[in-house]
Design a protein around this ligand. Structure first.
Ligand code: STR
Length: 415
């Protein structure tokens, strides 16, 4: 007979991350129990997971941790190759996501300037229009008491339309991009197929960059191509790298934010009532969801250029470091003994770290807040009696190790 606590890791044990994501809450707790610098195993590849808010805050500012793959001993010595199913998460081409220091600033500036809250006000009407269209599609799909998939029909198309519009991607390509990224992230995809689809995406993005070079328009891709006064223009590889980082990140993470918020509200009806009565703001809903059920489970990866002490432990030079955001959001030292509870009555502002910290802090944070800040209230205004069509325990995560993404989200509109 197995002891009920057999699965609880002891500090120092290695937690083997489940590629099928069969029990995300259980795994989150096991990693937390394994200590501030947990040893984890990612499909046979060992890494250290940062699991405490205060440590992450410090380490994300530490220049001894870098994104450069060549600082990773397992990569340098050929023990990790492109045959590893997670390689696409770290070897993603030259972009703001993979470069540090002064070069990083050069690669990132235009993107962060395009995504300030003030600049985003200009696209709010577009996001409202997309949302209204998708609500109509949802109403059609869920008419006459039919079960409709809130993910496929609402939460998934919205972020792709928004980021596609910002980057100047032809909306006709959205279906292809959604399919390809689903395949990219899924651990059920054979690695040769994953590498092939990444190569196809590179061709697609390079074509787009050439098109925008010939005919610049009013989008961020065109802005990235144009040189600043006196500045070095980005190379085609750099523009492609930024473009694919924006589309992948802008699409995938916001789906999780919207669905995780809806799931939290539908499974906490007393709190939903307070929200619908106007006693709790949608902003609070979004921030508590970001803390409690982060769209990014683990962020891969940084590498130690020297030994780095964390409490009584050491990240050894050459080791890979993962920031385990979902565990960090449940850190009792930061959020109190009730860190595992979804609680909209927590005092605002909720000081979570879900968008990261330091130079690589999410440049799309304000955009995701605008999208969720439109999509969530609009959904509940139109369908205030929205309900899950299956018991919440039957909602399954996709087999994706780094993202917190549900397979589907069947609902009844009850309108
Ligand atoms: C996916 C594959 C690709 O072509 C480019 C990137 C770079 C940005 C990455 C993205 C990746 C995966 C999801 C990430 C995103 C940045 C933010 C997002 C890690 C590797 C998060 O989940 C936070």
């Amino acid at each position: 007979m197995t002891c009920p606590h057999a699965a609880a890791a002891q500090a120092g044990d290695t937690v083997v991350i489940d590629p099928m994501v069969g029990d995300l809450d259980g795994e989150t707790a096991r990693i937390r129990d394994a200590g501030p610098l947990a040893r984890i195993d990612l499909l046979g590849v060992p890494a250290r997971a940062v699991t405490r808010h205060a440590d992450a805050r410090r380490l994300l500012l530490d220049p001894r941790l870098v994104k450069d793959l060549d600082a990773w001993e397992l990569w340098r010595t050929g023990q990790v190759t492109r045959a590893w199913p997670l390689i696409g998460m770290v070897d993603a081409g030259r972009s703001m996501f993979t470069v540090d220091g002064e070069e990083h600033r050069r690669l990132r500036t235009k993107t962060s300037q395009a995504l300030t809250p003030r600049r985003l006000e200009a696209i709010r009407p577009d996001i409202e229009k997309f949302t209204a269209e998708l609500l109509d599609a949802l109403a059609a799909g869920g008419a006459d008491g039919a079960v409709v998939d809130l993910k496929a029909v609402y939460a998934q198309p919205l972020p792709m339309r928004v980021v596609g519009m910002l980057m100047g991607v032809d909306p006709e390509a959205n279906t292809m991009l959604t399919r390809q990224y689903k395949k990219f992230f899924s651990m059920l995809t054979p690695q040769d197929e994953r590498l092939a689809l990444l190569a196809d995406l590179d061709v697609f993005y390079a074509d787009l960059v050439r098109q925008k070079t010939a005919h610049p328009t009013d989008d961020l891709t065109s802005a990235l191509i144009l040189a600043d006064e006196g500045g070095e223009p980005l190379t085609e590889e750099e523009v492609v790298g930024n473009l694919k980082a924006m589309v992948a990140a802008g699409h995938e993470t916001t789906i999780g934010l919207i669905l995780n918020a809806v799931r939290a509200l539908l499974t906490h009806p007393d709190q939903l009532r307070l929200v619908l009565a106007g006693e709790i703001s949608w902003e609070q809903v979004i921030e508590e969801t970001l803390r409690w059920d982060t769209p990014t489970t683990h962020l891969l990866m940084r590498f130690a250029t020297e030994d780095i002490e964390v409490g009584d432990q050491v990240i050894a030079e050459g080791e890979g470091v993962v920031i385990s955001y979902r565990v960090i959001g449940r850190d009792p030292e930061q959020h109190g003994p009730e860190a595992d509870a979804f609680d909209l009555t927590r005092p605002a502002p909720i000081r979570h770290m879900t968008f990261g910290h330091g130079p690589h802090i999410c440049p799309g944070a304000a955009l995701s807040r605008v999208e969720a800040g439109i999509a969530l209230p609009a959904l509940f205004a139109r369908f205030p009696r929205l309900a899950l069509a299956v018991p919440s325990g039957e909602l399954r995560n996709l087999p994706v190790m780094t993202q917190n993404d549900l397979e589907s989200f069947p609902v009844l509109l009850n309108d």
